[in-house]
Design a protein around this ligand. Structure first.
Ligand code: FES
Ligand SMILES: [Fe+2]
Length: 380
């Protein structure tokens, strides 16, 4: 089963997008942001074929630890098996399709709550009650369906495409960059999650993340956290880096006093994950952008700190992001979504600075190029 679009639809999506020169380019056509067809194509060609962020490695560190994640509507169980290997399965029993595990925890075997078939942590069927008399029934033939799973810089990612290339091959220097700015990312622990239900296409949320052209005007407090003139955006393969030096002294966003992190180091990883190290105390933030409909997106914003309970400064940072920064961005992207749904907008110019400053939108151009390539793979 596949989802296809015509070449004409891909050309319509491309519109005046210039594949080689961001300075001569428009954004992709607004149709990609408003029509169900494009979301259907993206589910097949983007989300089911890319590495999807799931959780911090702390959830599945111990032998037998498991974590159940919803990945694009599919329930996936991630398990650390008895030999220490990480595995991920569709959380679906081979008898009559009941789910196997729920939430998170630790198990020795995975036992289905329906008729008690049980599976070893490598996915092989171990026991199936009252099946001795069945004809042509060999327990050795039955194994849960696996998907790809990897541990990458402190986090677990899965890929529903069983032929996907490993993250290490796809991500170039990303791991080195993250470990340079956040060497403690493996040891940090989950503290808080913020969730936002946004009336905009997921790509509008990503587009907005990928440029800081809007920051001086729309995020006045955020800009006081940084030395904006040092802001630099670089694109690489399937990720982009957004770096700036932290401001010296006071700012109007949240207190960074006593913190060791001097930099704002942020990465976008194709297609929908943003990894961030903010100025202040040791921290790591993960923003995951989950499409629900052409004009609806759920965003989760997870905070990882040294301790699960935020201290006063960390709480101040959470409050600022929840009440100020996110609200500013949500207002922007929801307005853009409404604008895209009128006949008054098809696509707009990419504002590019070849020097790659914080005011440039070239990372958005990079994202649109990857999208266009994905759309092309859906042409029959
Ligand atoms: S559905 Fe799992 S044992 Fe029957
Ligand atoms: Fe913003």
């Amino acid at each position: 089963m596949g989802v296809y679009i015509s070449d004409a639809e891909v050309q319509a999506a491309k519109g005046r997008y210039n594949e080689t020169d961001p300075s001569a380019s428009y954004t992709l056509n607004a149709r990609c942001y408003t029509e169900q067809t494009f979301l259907d194509v993206e589910r097949e060609t983007v989300f089911k074929r890319s590495w999807q962020w799931v959780c911090h490695v702390e959830k599945v560190r111990k032998l037998g630890a498991y974590y159940v994640a919803d990945v694009q509507g599919q329930s996936i169980a991630i398990v650390r098996d008895r030999s220490g290997e990480l595995r991920a399965f569709y959380n679906v029993c081979k008898h009559r399709a009941h789910h196997l595990l729920e939430g998170e925890g630790k198990v020795r075997v995975m036992t289905c709550p329906y008729h008690a078939w049980s599976y070893n942590l490598d996915g092989n069927l171990r026991n199936a009650p009252h099946t001795d008399g069945l004809v042509n029934f060999d327990m050795g033939d039955i194994c849960l369906d696996q998907v790809k799973v990897e541990e990458f810089c402190g986090f677990i990612y899965i890929n529903l495409d069983t032929s996907a290339q490993p993250m290490s091959e796809l991500t170039g220097n990303l791991a080195q960059e993250i470990m340079q700015y956040a060497p403690d990312v493996n040891e940090l622990t989950f503290s808080r999650r913020l969730s936002f239900d946004i009336k905009a296409n997921w790509k509008n949320v990503v587009d907005n993340f990928l440029e800081c052209y809007h920051c001086p005007h729309a995020h006045k407090d955020f800009c006081t956290l940084l030395q904006f003139e040092t802001y630099k955006v670089t694109t690489h393969g399937i990720y982009s880096s957004h770096m700036a030096k932290g401001a010296k002294g006071e700012n109007s966003a949240y207190s960074v006093a006593g913190g060791d992190c001097d930099d704002h180091a942020v990465w976008w990883l194709w297609p929908n994950t943003c990894l961030m190290r903010y100025p202040g105390r040791n921290n790591f933030l993960v923003l995951n952008v989950i499409p629900v409909g052409p004009d609806r997106t759920i965003e989760t914003y997870d905070f990882y700190f040294e301790n699960p309970e935020p201290n006063e400064q960390e709480q101040q940072a959470i409050d600022y992001i929840r009440d100020v920064l996110q609200q500013e961005d949500i207002d922007l992207v929801e307005s853009v979504q409404r604008g895209m749904s009128t006949p008054a907008f098809e696509s707009g110019r990419i504002v590019n600075d070849p020097a790659g400053s914080g005011l440039s939108e070239h990372a958005l151009h990079h994202f649109h190029g990857l999208l266009l390539n994905a759309y092309k793979t859906a042409v029959k």
